[in-house]
Write a protein that binds this ligand. Structure first.
Ligand code: COA
Ligand code: AMP
Length: 630
């Protein structure tokens, strides 16, 4: 069957389609039906089944006689370490950690926050939670203590599992002080913490609260897999929204298993036993779906890479790993390729390695610019597949499904909707628009298995953020269009979310931090185009009248404040003091117009603008920062 037939077969019988895919999963109790819509517009898949994620990702491969196969390859150029863990070893390690968590009182439904760098123990911690039905929430290491505290207060974890440190090129990230600081800041206090002590830094433990990863497992009974309901949350993953309060995206257990398993063959075109590599971080959705769960559910070998595309030690790292471990499918963010290309435009490093096992490269996380795709096509000589998805969906909404059929690539498009997704382009009134017309991208409800059924403890916010604008549809927050062949083009966000080096960030969240500076009366943060990172945040600051402060000092303090409150990952380094912000007569800040000025694009003077002269002042201020870039 080709793509059209597969998509059509889903459209003809969506429930039958997913029930058939569910056959690939080991159930404790099989689902009697696929979709539960009694609570529409909230939907659930396979809710009446009983299943365990860890069993499907680990134990079943051991039972099937593949225990000796490598499950995880750890390659860490920043610590000069390489290690392989077999499925057999992984099962034992995860069962032991799960047993230790259980012995300390962690039970099905309890939340556990995981704050760890790219080491195999991060995956083991996730799987140990899944084994006993605990709900993990992984927090990215580039966030500051304050962000961790916000997540602690929202998820209310019984335990936090952390590492002593992370390694960024040129510096050690001291996780333990960040963890302690976050627990101090948070209202909710976990019962206990487990700390994995790394060689690079041994952290000081707080007696009675903190346990050493190894000591804590000593003498405990390993845990068996606990069956959970199909709609039991597998995890909560916080993602940026319009405000500084992140959204807790829920991932339902059964749909997650069924959908990810389907994607490994049909989209990423890998068979059990083959090596699949997603060069992302466990703190992001790509890390959840395609470093940890997807490849393990299918019985692939996955790679945990602790390094960067460049500088660890050079722009050949990706190619070394692909060659050394015979990677079949490789997944990264366009920004990583831009970084490599900038250092090695002619692909000299590529020529040094045998990449003959590589069949395809997948890009996601931000818009893949045609120049980057063309460079990769030419240098790697394999299909370069752009695909579009979000934390909320957990797997691709649109892609070129190589395992089904290789469709023609159209540059600038992540290709076509996957089965499960009826993607429509709507105008402001919610009416579908014709081909090649810009609009809001929406998905007809219900969303397919594996996508978010709700937000953690925030049903009203879920409805407001995703369901209310276009009744009967899920609002993606992206704007774009579809061409006459049904190919999608993702052009921009419709909200305050920006994408910096493939990291999703909230400009609203940054504004909240800037507004807390004592000299800042008002502010605005926009995302400006950046050649390497796609976008960069840029702040405009209006100071309190008569503040008398030196502008450069305030800017410096504001940059420091965002780094302290949100974290280095915000990459907030550009800010300028202005007298006034451009607004509509009703007081809405004209951020989109400011973006156009910064990017050097033509713009129409907004009809509702209060005072057009302010735009000239903004242009002058932007010039001082070098925008628009030459
Ligand atoms: N822990 C602590 N700090 C982190 C971190 C982590 N896990 N990840 C990033 N940071 C820090 C960086 O050290 C940097 O700090 P600095 O301001 O002191 O230099 C800051 O956050 C910004 O990081 P980043 O935006 O990643 O920029 P960079 O200059 O370090 O690297 C790239 C640029 C393009 C090489 C890098 O962004 C990259 O590899 N991007 C791919 C992203 C990706 O895979 N995204 C997942 C979606 S698929
Ligand atoms: P995240 O939730 O961090 O995965 O970010 C999701 C957002 O990143 C989407 O809503 C898009 O705005 C953007 N995005 C992800 N993949 C793509 C892509 N292939 N093309 C364009 N934008 C993308």
């Amino acid at each position: 069957m080709g793509y059209q037939e597969v998509y059509q077969s889903w459209q003809n019988d969506p429930e039958g389609f997913w029930m058939a895919q569910a056959e690939a999963i080991d159930w404790v109790e099989k689902p009697t039906k696929a979709l539960h819509s009694d609570n529409a517009p909230l939907y659930e898949w396979f809710a009446d089944a009983k299943v365990n994620t860890c069993w499907n990702a680990v134990d079943r491969h051991v039972e099937a006689g593949r225990g000796d196969q490598t499950a995880i390859i750890y390659d860490s150029p920043v610590t000069h370490t390489k290690r392989e863990i077999s499925y057999f070893e992984l099962r034992n390690r995860v069962a032991s950690l799960a047993g230790a968590l259980r012995a300390k009182g962690v039970e099905k439904g309890d939340r556990v926050i995981i704050y760890m760098p790219m080491i195999p123990e991060a995956l083991e911690a996730m799987l140990a939670c899944a084994r006993i039905g605990a709900v993990h929430s992984v927090v990215f290491g580039g966030f500051a203590a304050n962000e961790l505290a916000v997540r602690i207060d929202d998820a209310k974890p019984k335990a936090i599992i952390a590492a002593s440190c992370g390694i960024e090129p040129g510096r050690v990230v001291h996780y333990k002080p960040l963890l302690d600081g976050a627990i101090d800041l948070a209202q909710h206090k976990p019962d206990f913490c487990v700390v994995f002590q790394r060689e690079q830094e041994v952290a000081q433990l707080i007696e009675g609260r903190d346990y050493n990863w190894h000591g804590f497992q000593y003498g405990v009974e390993p845990a068996e897999c606990v069956p959970v309901e199909g709609n039991h949350p597998a995890y909560i993953l916080y993602t940026s929204g319009t405000t500084g309060q992140p959204k807790g995206v829920l991932r339902p257990t059964a749909g997650h298993l069924v959908a990810l398993n389907w994607t490994m063959k049909n989209l990423y075109n890998v068979e059990p036993g083959e090596v699949f590599w997603a060069a992302s971080d466990v703190g992001w959705v790509v890390g959840h779906s395609y470093i940890c769960y997807g490849p393990l559910i299918t019985g692939n070998t996955t790679i945990v890479f602790e390094g960067k595309p460049v500088g660890t030690p050079d722009a050949g790292t990706f190619w070394r790993i692909i060659s050394e471990y015979k990677v079949r499918s490789f997944f990264t963010a366009p920004t990583a390729f831009r970084a490599v290309r900038r250092e090695d435009p002619t692909g000299e490093f590529i020529g040094k390695y045998d990449l003959s096992h590589l069949r395809a490269v997948y890009l996601a996380g931000e818009r893949a610019d045609p120049a980057t795709i063309e460079w990769a096509q030419e240098k790697l000589n394999v299909p370069i597949i752009d695909h579009w998805w979000q934390t909320e969906t957990g797997w691709a909404i649109a892609a070129n499904p190589l395992g089904i059929e290789e469709l023609p690539v159209k540059l600038g498009s992540p290709s076509v909707p996957m089965p499960g997704y009826d993607v429509q382009i709507l105008d402001e009134a919610g009416h579908p628009v014709g081909p090649n017309t810009l609009g809001a991208i929406a998905i007809k409800l219900p969303l397919p298995p594996g996508t978010l059924p709700n937000l953690w403890n925030a049903e009203e916010r879920f409805k407001k953020s995703y369901l209310n604008t276009f009744p009967g549809f899920y609002e993606t927050g992206d704007a774009g269009m579809k061409d006459e062949d049904g190919y999608l083009y993702i052009m921009a966000r419709t909200d305050d979310v920006i994408n910096v080096a493939g990291h999703r960030l909230s400009t609203g969240g940054m504004e909240e931090v800037l507004a807390s500076h004592p000299d800042v009366a008002e502010c605005a943060v926009i995302g400006v185009a950046d050649e390497l990172k796609g976008q960069l945040p840029l702040g405009f600051l209006c100071l309190n009248s008569g503040s008398g402060r030196d502008h450069a000092d305030v800017v410096k303090e504001c940059v420091k404040l965002v780094r302290e409150k949100i974290g280095p990952v915000a990459a907030f380094k550009l800010a300028v003091v202005v007298d006034r912000l451009p607004k509509t007569r009703s007081g809405k800040i004209l951020r989109a117009t400011m973006v156009k000025i910064a990017d050097g694009q033509e713009f129409k003077m907004p009809a509702t603008i209060d005072d057009p002269v302010i735009l000239d002042e903004i242009a002058v201020a932007l010039k001082t920062l070098g925008y628009p870039a030459a």
